[in-house]
Design a protein around this ligand. Structure first.
Ligand SMILES: NC(=O)c1ccc[n+]([C@@H]2O[C@H](COP(=O)([O-])OP(=O)(O)OC[C@H]3O[C@@H](n4cnc5c(N)ncnc54)[C@H](OP(=O)(O)O)[C@@H]3O)[C@@H](O)[C@H]2O)c1
Length: 324
């Protein structure tokens, strides 16, 4: 019922807060929510907006559209990032760390929703893109975010790392969490429940943010997550007529959906670890499973398992992100 109410009657407020001097990265910003969020950041005076995209010619088109609609040129830059490749994620993070004068906001928005099973970097693709690479990128960019917090302490807002999750995290209890190893279970094509895979990836994101937030409490960086609501976009382009009908009746425009991405990037310190929906914090909107004792066990278990995967990709990453 709250989903229906929110979709039908609530419109997050139009973003107006200035991002003057801020350097912003938005992943998956050639289309959809990421594109509209990047347009808002450019309109609201950000110093630099990096469009982190896997298809740079689509990124260049997005950049042109943002420049002509906002009248601001020389603000957007198109950088290559493919979350299906760990080398690409590492190269992107290394470039951001060395080339950017500061890094104030990272909106991790890119994601996929598919019912087809395929592997990327040895894991099922949805898990690789939405979860493993998303967390890898966030952790690799943390030192730059922390450095910005130290070097620009007078800034009106601390650096932000905002992860785009979804209300569909509540549509699964992720039975795989009880397997000996959750990620190994999710990688088994014979048993994979691909109908639930996208919600599972979003649930994993929610659990990871909740696990990481207390560990980053003194980092100077605000980590939060958000749900944009059901929106018209290219996500789930191969889903059936059921979703098509639901969108026809209930979906927000991508511009309206993107407003919660901006709200998360502008939210204060109280939003650290929080879930934002309809443009504001609402930790009660996190699923009952996530808030349960079982959910907490799952959170701890999947974090330890993900930590092992991340350590194999980038040795030392888990111990180093805890450094101040
Ligand atoms: N739309 C909704 O109703 C809704 C609701 C809740 C949450 N969300 C979340 O919102 C976020 C954005 O979704 P959207 O609706 O805007 O979908 P979208 O229009 O399909 O946009 C997804 C973006 O992610 C990029 N992407 C996909 N795979 C990538 C990869 N391997 N590396 C780098 N970028 C990649 C896409 O690039 P290409 O154009 O090259 O494919 C695209 O730019 C997602 O995290 C989604 O889960 C959406």
């Amino acid at each position: 019922m709250s989903f229906l109410y929110s979709q039908l009657f609530i419109r997050p407020p139009y973003p107006t807060k200035s991002f003057t001097d801020r350097v912003v990265i938005v992943t998956g910003s050639n289309v959809g929510l990421g594109f509209e969020a990047a347009r808002h950041f450019a309109r609201l005076n950000a110093a630099k907006v990096i469009l982190a995209v896997r298809n740079t010619s689509a990124g260049e088109k997005a950049k042109q559209s943002i420049e002509s609609s906002t009248g601001r040129s020389g603000v957007c830059e198109v950088w290559q990032l493919d979350l299906a490749s760990y080398d690409s994620v590492k190269a992107f993070a290394a470039r951001a760390s060395s080339e950017l004068p500061r890094l104030d906001i990272v909106v991790e928005n890119a994601g996929i929703a598919t019912h087809s099973f395929s592997l990327a970097e040895g894991h099922e693709s949805t898990i690789t893109v939405n979860v493993i690479s998303t967390v890898l990128l966030g952790l690799l960019l943390l030192p730059k975010l922390k450095q910005t917090a130290k070097e620009f302490p007078g800034s009106a807002a601390s650096p932000h790392l905002s992860i785009v999750t979804s209300e569909v995290h509540a549509w699964t209890g992720m039975p795989e969490w009880k397997a000996q190893n959750t990620f190994t279970a999710l990688d088994d094509e014979k048993t994979a429940n691909m109908q639930e895979r996208y919600p599972t990836s979003k649930l994993l994101e929610v659990l990871v943010v909740r696990e990481l937030a207390p560990k980053l409490a003194d980092s100077g960086v605000i980590l939060n997550m958000l749900n944009p609501g059901l929106c018209h976009s290219q996500l789930a382009r191969n889903a059936g007529w059921g979703l098509w009908l639901l969108k026809l009746l209930l979906a927000r425009s991508t511009e309206v959906g993107s407003r919660t991405l901006l709200a998360a990037a502008a939210a204060g310190a109280e939003s650290h670890g929080a879930y934002m929906t309809d443009g504001k914090e609402d930790n009660e909107a996190v699923s009952a499973f996530v808030r349960s004792e079982e959910g907490e066990k799952a959170q701890n278990k999947v974090w330890n398992e993900l930590g092992e995967i991340l350590e194999n990709i980038q040795p030392g990453i888990i111990s180093s992100f805890l450094l101040k």
